[in-house]
Design a protein around this ligand. Structure first.
Ligand SMILES: [Zn+2]
Ligand SMILES: [Zn+2]
Length: 65
């Protein structure tokens, strides 16, 4: 299995697989684009390299309800 990276789009914190939230700003960490599902490969990415959309998506944490 390949390692996945989780990043915070707000402060660019780079977390590992079992971290879900940013310890700096409390935002959810993401490992893939919420628009097209492409995996994030760059720790400092702000936009998806596949679909070009912003990786910051407020809807992410509200999806479960
Ligand atoms: Zn953060
Ligand atoms: Zn995308």
């Amino acid at each position: 299995m390949k390692k996945e990276i989780n990043i915070c789009c707000n402060c660019h914190y780079l977390g590992n697989q079992n971290e879900k939230y940013c310890p700096h700003c409390g935002r959810i960490l993401i490992s893939k684009c919420s628009h097209c599902g492409a995996k994030i490969r760059t720790p400092f990415a702000e936009y998806c390299s596949v679909c070009g959309k912003t990786l910051i998506d407020e809807e992410i944490d509200l999806k479960t309800s």
